[in-house]
Design a protein around this ligand. Sequence first.
Ligand code: TYM
Length: 319
Amino acid sequence: MKRVLSGIQPSGELHLGNYLGAIRQWVPLQDQYECFFTLADLHALTSLTEPSDLQRFLHEQVVTYLSCGLDPDKAVIFKQSDVPHHAELMWILATVTPMGLLERAHAYKDKVAKGIGSTVGLFAYPVLQAADILLYSADLVPVGKDQKQHIEIARDIADKFHTRYGQVFTVPEPMIPEEVAVIPGIDGQKMSKSYNNAIPLFASDEQLKKLVMSIITDSAGVADKKEPVGTPLYEIFKLINPEKAEQAAQMLRAGGYGYGDAKKELLSALQDFLSPLRAKRVEVEKKKGYVEEVLQDGARSAKAESGKIMDRVRKLVGL
Ligand code: TYM
């Protein structure tokens, strides 16, 4: 059976971009592939500085995974730092990774441009991600478009290792559905934890209303005819409820219908869309000790699987 691995950093509240761009794709994959879903807490150390934030986001992220339909009976759900093989393989891979490969990484350059202090950890981040993927012999990595280059780097690193020491890794393919490759935020840029433009998946009704009402639009008036395709309002709406989005689009095009009216429709569609996730969350939170149990089981399985590749790698390099 083919293998899937993906992960999210617990570096903030998960948002609609993480759900539509990643987690929602993962749910059906659980029935077709052997799946591993990690909480990349070692990665999150490159941006978080407050230990209590990391703990809070981590717990929240497991609850979110489970509320969105990830199922520990079908997939291995685990915390990256529970499996020491990730850091160990990262080091070995770092010794075959050319500096130039990492110097070209957009995510690193963007973060530094945004004022995040440049550290060795931030620079070497794609090597850790390569270790995450290669340790589980993943064939497929379902992610949003922003992660495409990181998967390409993982492929390149696997090739470098193979050239020097011989075959051991599965060279992974990214899996990026075009329609959800880049989910826009309320300001029209890519939705991101760090851009202050995200709609959190478990926002309160009040917060949701505030965010939807502040989605950026042009200054056309109610009476004007407006073309919504390409606007963040329409692009988000289309993914939440394509039928209602199309109705709103037609009315905007005809004129006499304002952006505010369309936003109210989106808000109501969003509440319907999120309602099953919220209901599942209540169930998940009722089970005492469930999150801890899921992580313990996940760590056991992930360690056993990654241990097999790690043993072969150690032998190949002469450790
Ligand atoms: P992260 O934590 O930034 O994002 C998690 C997932 O959500 C997707 N995503 C989006 N997709 C579409 N539109 C958006 N606006 C949007 N925002 C986020 C991301 O593409 C990603 O799939 N380095 C990774 C985490 C990671 C990982 C891995 C991923 C660590 N190890 C191994 C795959 C395999 C990251 O920072 O994603």
